[in-house]
Design a protein around this ligand. Structure first.
Ligand SMILES: Cc1cc2nc3c(=O)[nH]c(=O)nc-3n(C[C@H](O)[C@H](O)[C@H](O)COP(=O)(O)OP(=O)(O)OC[C@H]3O[C@@H](n4cnc5c(N)ncnc54)[C@H](O)[C@@H]3O)c2cc1C
Length: 311
């Protein structure tokens, strides 16, 4: 253990980045629901992240949050520390056909960076509204490609603050999943692309953008695909078949436009959104004997603890 001074009030280490207590998360996630986190930490750089992880109280849970496009924070909020990567973690460099990008970089910016460098293979990222950290964790993908197709290596910090360089084998990628422990924080990724024509790449990205606009509720308070597609099936078809399209509980609704998306139509709670999702799962199971797997990551407590009052 290093001997960083600690803040006597919170028992948390002194940091160079920004550490806030009792922070509302509904302001920073796509669904705009959920209670506060005990702590939110934005490290200044990798050393700051490592020192923080080494010096926080043993047993304090740690969670990574990207831009919250695949996450449902429950109404009681999150007990523990949420780590968000800021500007230091958005750097992008190119070396031949490889790019190295910070885990805080937005997928869309990475796709554009690759296109500007006349590198193809990252176009699928252009339509995914998350960060590279979230894309690594979720093995994000679209249009027949996913992160595992372009992945070379990643850097991550474990809960004890140790740095790891991870290979493709280490990642254990499968459909919308990696085997890396849930409390490890990715800080960067190296991706292998292929030489291409910049104008053609940009053209394909424009097609993706048009297609998304037509088929997904991308301007709503949503969390992307709610359920993973079961083997050989499309989740949206199963949901449609049981009359799930347009289903409403409180202000939570199954999208009319794409019925594998949930929407907060106004003042939904996380409980409403989870309830409408569970109702869909129940009906699909009853009719098709298939239990849909939540793709959206649900985090936190269902109800507020005594400490869970937001500022
Ligand atoms: C309109 C819309 C369309 C979408 N379309 C697609 C699509 O086509 N394909 C697809 O795959 N997804 C899609 N998504 C879902 C989402 O954008 C992706 O899963 C994205 O990769 C999540 O990134 P994020 O930064 O928002 O992660 P978050 O939602 O913040 O977090 C998701 C998970 O990643 C983890 N995480 C985030 N950052 C890190 C990090 N630095 N280190 C470790 N773990 C981290 C979190 O702990 C959490 O478990 C869509 C979402 C929306 C709202």
């Amino acid at each position: 253990m290093s001997s960083l001074p600690t803040d006597m009030n919170s028992g948390m280490p002194t940091v160079r980045g920004r550490l806030r207590e009792n922070v509302r998360l509904d302001k920073i996630t796509w669904f705009q629901v959920g209670g506060p986190a005990d702590f939110v930490f934005k490290p200044e750089d990798e050393d700051d992240l490592s020192a923080f992880l080494k010096n926080i109280p043993t047993g304090l849970p740690v969670y990574a949050l990207g831009v919250g496009s695949n996450i449902l924070v429950r109404d009681g909020g999150i007990r523990g520390a949420v780590i968000r990567l800021g500007r230091h973690f958005t750097k992008m460099t190119v070396d031949g056909e490889m790019i190295t990008v910070g885990a805080g970089a937005l997928d869309g910016n990475v796709a554009r960076f690759a296109a500007d460098a006349s590198l193809e293979g990252a176009e699928f990222l252009s339509g995914i509204p998350g960060s590279i950290g979230g894309a690594l964790r979720m093995n994000a993908g679209a249009y027949g490609a996913d992160m595992s197709d372009i992945f070379v290596s990643a850097v991550a910090y474990d809960r004890q603050g140790e740095r790891h360089t991870l290979s493709l084998d280490d990642m254990g990628f499968s459909y919308r999943h990696t085997d890396i422990p849930k409390d490890w924080i990715f800080t960067q990724a190296t991706l292998r692309l292929a030489a291409g024509d910049s104008q053609e790449i940009l053209g394909r990205m424009a097609d993706i953008s048009r297609n998304r606009e037509e088929s997904q509720p991308i301007r709503s308070r949503t969390g992307g695909s709610t359920f993973a597609n079961p083997a050989g099936k499309k989740a949206w078809e199963l949901i449609d078949s049981i009359g799930g399209r347009g289903l409403i509980i409180g202000d939570a609704m199954v999208s009319d436009k794409h019925c594998n998306f949930l929407i907060n139509t106004g003042a939904a709670t996380a409980a409403d959104l989870e309830a409408v999702g569970e109702e869909v799962r129940r009906r699909v199971f009853e009719t098709h004997d298939i239990l849909l797997r939540w793709e959206i990551v649900r985090l936190g407590d269902v109800t507020a603890s005594v400490k869970g009052k937001s500022k």
